[in-house]
Design a protein around this ligand. Sequence first.
Ligand SMILES: [Zn+2]
Length: 331
Amino acid sequence: MDLKSMLMSMAKEAIGLLFRIFLFKIVVRKGSLIIFMFHRILPEEGIDPFQENLFTTPRRFENQILAIRKAFTIVDIHEWIKNPLTEARACAITFDDGWVDNYVHAFPILKMHKLPATIFICTSMIGTSKRFWFDRLSHICKHITREELASSLDKTASIDQSLFSDRKRLFTVLCASAKEKHREEIEEEIGRMENVLKTKPGSERSVLNWNEVKELSQNGISFGSHCVNHTVLTSLQIGEAIEEMKESYQELEAQDLCFVPIISFPNGNYSDEILTKCGNIGYIAALTASYVQWKRQENIPLFPRLAISNRTSANSLFFDILRILKPARRP
Ligand SMILES: [Zn+2]
């Protein structure tokens, strides 16, 4: 860490601490809801350095939620939407993607502290050994050679050769470009890269199975949709986007689980049209992946979320809350 980032991080800690102790109850209004977004909960050795922002260690996670619990009333998001608590400063804990580590590492902590949470799952992934395309891409970027990449990319694509000396940046660049593409194109391209690759990723299951989902459902964890395939909806034709939202809704509704009719948009991407169609399907709320202004689109509200990762300490968490306070208020 360079000096500038070290000073920034110390300032965040100090401001977060002061806000947490002295100003929180004055500044945060009763009746507000802040939705926290987690992804993976894994011990240090399981953290992928290319996707650090998706990871939190179990120890850090417990510290974060205990700090949150001291300041907020932790609610089930669906319950709050149906019946907003006007006399409480509420927050909800959510996880995206449906990683098996949510069951292995987050669930015991949530259960011990009797805290509700909601997991947004991709229905085509649950119970399979499939890996998310961005996880596969991360593995590829750690191992692929220049020649292998050149032979598997689209002929028109050009890759800055200096990226091979910074593989994390190579991953960031390829990931950003993939998010613009149609799901079939991503699948094809990643498939080609995997075919030329000599090192294969581990075969362990990375997402939940239906039995785990059922057990979690019986213990205070609810489930919403993260679509069928984790495809960025804005990269699809509107008809395909509707299918992704509708099929996952129907599948979750048909399963024996604690289903909440709420959707978390993959990568947080949406359009006004997608939002409206989503309300027509039966969803009662949609979630983004970042902190934007609250919004209501015809028949459905869109809620912002505050991302938490291993970099978020109990104090810097409150710095982030302070930073997003304005949009956290309902219009
Ligand atoms: Zn996701």
